[in-house]
Design a protein around this ligand. Structure first.
Ligand code: ADP
Ligand code: MG
Length: 240
């Protein structure tokens, strides 16, 4: 689904991603862990072309995506993204948030978009919040709307950037449960997270990043019980 080879990204003199290579197969869940500032968000943003790589290759599906020739809006439709801070449209109700992109970007008929939105809101457990404005929702509910909104574009891949980091502890579980369900349905996912239990339970692979490089990739069991690299061990000791 995604293949990244020797990706490099700098902001001015700051070399943020250093020869990052990673592969995500269909229906796999890859959890990206690492200290703040290690380049996790930048990697996700490059995968969604919110940031442009400096060099390296990014393949989505079987295609290498070249920003100079590909329609990036089309690529972004295939790669959904959920952010730490929800980014809902505050002046729109829940259902309006979910139908906006399908109607505006994909030209789906409004009636059909609403029917699909209702299905998605049911999936994330918010069927009764259709006509509510985001300001009336808890953080966990907002994030579940954001997930429904991303799913409304029928992406092949979902990227999550610390989706529970801004939530009160008691609201984390409902969002993780929604993501777990999505994973069980076979969605291909890349999840930046500090929730080590989620990474362990739901991840097919865990990727540890440090200072713009991938230090170690492994199955959750290996990474959490017997990491190969000392740096991985030190990081896990500091967070677990
Ligand atoms: P993480 O998500 O792992 O915390 P980030 O990818 O957000 O790390 O950031 C990696 C490094 O890149 C940090 O040093 C950060 O300050 C820097 N950085 C991120 N985005 C930008 C930007 N738009 N302009 C300049 N520097 C940036
Ligand atoms: Mg980040």
């Amino acid at each position: 689904m995604i293949k990244v080879e020797y990706l490099n990204k700098s902001f001015g003199n700051l070399h943020v991603l250093k020869n990052v290579s990673i592969e995500v197969k269909e229906s796999e869940v890859v959890c990206l862990i690492g200290a703040s500032g290690s380049g996790k968000s930048t990697l996700l943003r490059c995968l969604n072309f919110l940031e442009m790589k400096n060099d390296g290759r990014i393949m989505i599906g079987n295609e290498e995506i070249d920003p100079s020739t590909h329609n990036l809006n089309e690529v972004r439709q295939r790669v959904g993204m959920v952010f730490q801070h929800f980014n809902l449209f505050p002046h729109m109700t829940v259902v309006e948030n979910v139908i906006e992109a399908p109607i505006q970007v994909k030209k789906v008929a409004k009636k059909e978009a609403i029917l699909e939105a209702r299905e998605l809101l049911k999936k994330v457990g918010l069927e009764d919040k259709e006509n509510v404005y985001p300001s009336k929702l808890s953080g966990g509910q907002k994030q579940r709307v954001a997930i429904a909104r991303a799913l409304a574009m029928k992406p092949d891949i979902m990227l999550f950037d610390e989706p529970t980091s801004a939530l009160d502890p008691e609201l984390v579980g409902e969002v993780l449960t929604t993501m777990k369900k999505l994973a069980e349905e076979g969605m291909t996912m890349v999840v930046v997270t500090h929730e080590m239990c989620f990474a362990r339970e739901v991840g097919d692979w865990v990727v540890y990043m440090n200072d713009g490089k991938i230090v170690e990739v492994g199955r959750p069991d290996e990474i959490f019980t017997n990491p190969k690299e000392q740096r991985t061990r030190d990081f896990l000791n500091s967070v677990l």
